[in-house]
Design a binder for this molecule. Structure first.
Ligand code: FAD
Ligand code: SF4
Length: 461
């Protein structure tokens, strides 16, 4: 008999006034009892709508059913056969628009909390020293992956499972992509990213760090080294700015730089080699997950933080949970507000930001109502830092000069849903092909591309 409780089983978390001063994980995870209570809410539906919402095809009712029965080893096997990074996706995947968005329990109450159960199972396996690192015998073929974000890691894991000799080339000194440099420790502890990468290494994946493809090696040179297919998963790390006066002042950051200093280079820790300004009042421009992460980091570093967003609350692109957490932590939302200039002091340090009030007009190409400035409504806010979280685009360094490789108008690699590009031996996916998406979509793309790479290499053998 299913548990017909209408709401999700709550997950304990650090209190807002405590967590907004530390970088430890906010959400504390389910106990076995909580996980089983939640798992018993699943109706084991015949048509499995939740599975159709999962880009990596996790057999959701089956693994959730094993949790309800208390067979966690079987749950982990089902989960990790389909998903190379379950502890990560259980934490940061936007389940509300994926599997949980399709769950039938969501029609009359809250959906089954598939993400929290996934996280519980992955953490249980790690705590008990269990990993799913079995691979097919080596097949004698070599494949290369550029970038170690969720797309590249998933692609590499899938290929290793099939018996390929796989090398991941990563530009940074640490693998993980956005998981390591972008998403803060308090949402995704870096020890978990390390653990998932270590599992891939146990499967035989070779991770080469400090390898900026396009500079150290080119894609044609990778082929000369005997690799038969290459996956481009180099992400979308090129930040955008507003092109308003004052953006070159000291104290104006792109969110990417700000978060990289804090997350990858640990600038929040005392004695870290990489510096970060500990500001008094910070304006974060933008309304997505990246803006929320930057704002919540600045808050933890002691600042009074304002999110400046040009549309209304309904249009905020960030996950509802992130907005909720940010508000609880004391971040102020200046909505329908847009910056027009940033002013500095005599030493070129940021001193203030001038904004204009906006109202919503007719829908634009995105279907959302266009923000229109209200003339004469400009006002000045004293701030000592401005963080621009306006979106990113792919950096074409790794693939820019590759002969025959087509790009989209926005500079992404042109690739279909199977990861195939205009070059038969080059595959691409994740943010490098889409511009900017989500962790689980990047993982789905990496998985699809691995299948295409296998088909291509076998067709040539
Ligand atoms: P990335 O994660 O960007 O990884 C690309 C990797 O390629 C990087 O390690 C990079 O160093 C490397 N690389 C780049 N150029 C080269 C080169 N020339 N040679 C070698 N290596 C190279 N999504 C969610 O689902 N949930 C969230 O909560 C969420 N929060 C986010 C928070 C932030 C701050 C950001 C920036 C993004 C967030 N996203 C979130 C989006 C998500 O993280 C991305 O969609 C996802 O990481 C894309 O994966 P990827 O593997 O394509 O690229
Ligand atoms: Fe269970 Fe919801 Fe999936 Fe139905 S849709 S099988 S209730 S998780």
């Amino acid at each position: 008999m299913a548990n017909m409780q209408m709401q999700k089983t709550p997950m304990p978390e650090q209190a807002p006034e405590v967590r907004n001063k530390n970088f430890q994980e906010v959400a504390l995870g389910y106990t076995l009892e909580m996980a089983q209570n939640e798992a018993k809410r699943c109706l084991n539906c015949k048509v499995k709508p939740c599975v159709s919402g999962c880009p990596v095809g996790i057999p959701i009712p089956e693994f959730v059913g094993k949790v309800a029965e208390g067979d966690l080893a079987a749950a982990y096997k089902l989960l990790s056969d389909a998903n190379a990074l379950p502890a990560i996706s259980g934490r940061v995947c936007p389940q509300e628009t994926q599997c949980e968005g399709k769950c039938v329990r969501g029609k009359k109450g809250e959906p089954v909390s598939i993400g929290r159960i996934e996280r519980f199972v992955a953490d249980w396996a790690a705590e008990n020293g269990i990993s799913n690192v079995e691979t097919a015998p080596k097949n004698g073929h070599k494949a290369a992956v550029i970038g170690s974000g969720p797309a590249g890691l998933t692609c590499a894991g899938e290929l290793a499972r099939m018996g390929y000799d796989v090398t991941v080339f990563e530009a940074f000194h640490t693998p993980g992509g956005v998981l390591s440099y972008g998403i803060p420790e308090f949402r995704l502890p870096k020890a978990i990213v390390k653990r998932e990468v270590a599992n891939l290494e146990k499967m035989g994946v070779n991770v080469e760090l400090d390898m900026v493809i396009g500079k150290v090696l080119t894609i044609p040179e990778i082929f000369e080294m005997g690799y038969e297919a290459v996956f481009i998963g180099s992400g979308a790390g090129l930040p955008m700015f507003m092109k308003i006066p004052g953006e070159s002042l000291v104290g104006v950051y792109s969110a990417n730089e700000y978060l990289t200093r804090i997350n990858l280079m640990k600038a929040y820790k005392e004695g870290a080699a990489t510096p970060i300004l500990h500001n008094k009042k910070v304006a974060v421009v933008g309304g997505g997950n990246v803006a929320m992460d930057a704002a919540r980091c600045a808050k933890r570093l002691g600042a009074d933080v304002h999110i400046v967003y040009r549309r209304s609350e309904a249009e905020l692109p960030a996950r509802a949970e992130e907005v909720h957490h940010a508000k609880e932590e004391g971040i102020v939302f200046d909505l329908l507000t847009n910056p027009v200039s940033i002013e500095g002091d005599e030493h070129n340090n940021v001193q203030s930001i001038t904004c204009i009030r906006m109202e919503l007009g007719e829908p634009d190409a995105s279907g959302r109502r266009r923000p229109v400035p209200i003339q004469g409504s400009e006002f000045k806010m004293d701030v000592d830092a401005v963080i621009m979280a306006l979106g990113t685009s792919p950096n074409p360094m790794s693939y820019g000069g590759t002969p025959g490789l087509e790009k989209t108008r926005k500079g992404c690699v042109a690739a279909d849903e199977h990861g195939c590009t205009s070059c038969p031996n080059i595959f691409a996916g994740g943010d490098a092909a889409t511009g900017a998406a989500t962790v689980i979509l990047a993982m789905g793309a990496g998985k699809a591309a691995a299948k295409s790479m296998d088909e291509y290499i076998r067709s040539k053998a």
